[in-house]
Design a protein around this ligand. Sequence first.
Ligand SMILES: [Zn+2]
Length: 225
Amino acid sequence: MLTNLMNLFYPHCCEACGLSLTNSERYLCLSCFGKLPSTNFLHWPENPVAKMFYGRVDLKMAAATYYYHKDSILQRLVHRFKYKETPHLAVWFGKCMGEQFLEAGIPILFDAIVPMPLHPQKYKVRGYNQAEELARGLALKLQLPLMADYLRRKSYNNSQTRKGRVDRWENVEGIFEVRDQGTASCKHVLLIDDVVTTGATMESAAQALLPYVDALSIVCLGVTA
Ligand SMILES: [Zn+2]
């Protein structure tokens, strides 16, 4: 009754199609949720994201859960949780990612989840790090510790957006550092980010983490397709 009343005053609508949601739905109606393009990479060790890092960084596993197409529902939602003060939407997506891990039936061998850090300047403007909110949802679902401050971003690279792919690889090198080197109780860390495109930033973060962990895996919500 209370929920129905609340819905009357604060109607919950599907973020994609605008239809009102039932009590069991959140953010997306079942139909739109079903239309999100799953990659099934968690079932597929030799997937394109894993291949992105072959020969560059030694990972136990790498995957993305959805294809990220231009002008898609997913792109709109990622934009929403990045720029429209909706960290809870990122937490929800993190839980969806966790659901995919559980459905894939792969043993959860990670000891902690580390989010891709946001530069402090951006954090100040946004008020949260969307990768950390994704990590929060995933950590909740998989019942793993979240180490939000383990990895830090050192410098701001203004020129990065103007550079081409080749330059970008060099430009993100060495921009991350492990903050809390003493607390390396982390045997197998899962690094998480929102969308992976070239993998350059992920690789840089992975290089910073590797000396301090026994094993490293990577997961992203989306991969550009
Ligand atoms: Zn919908």
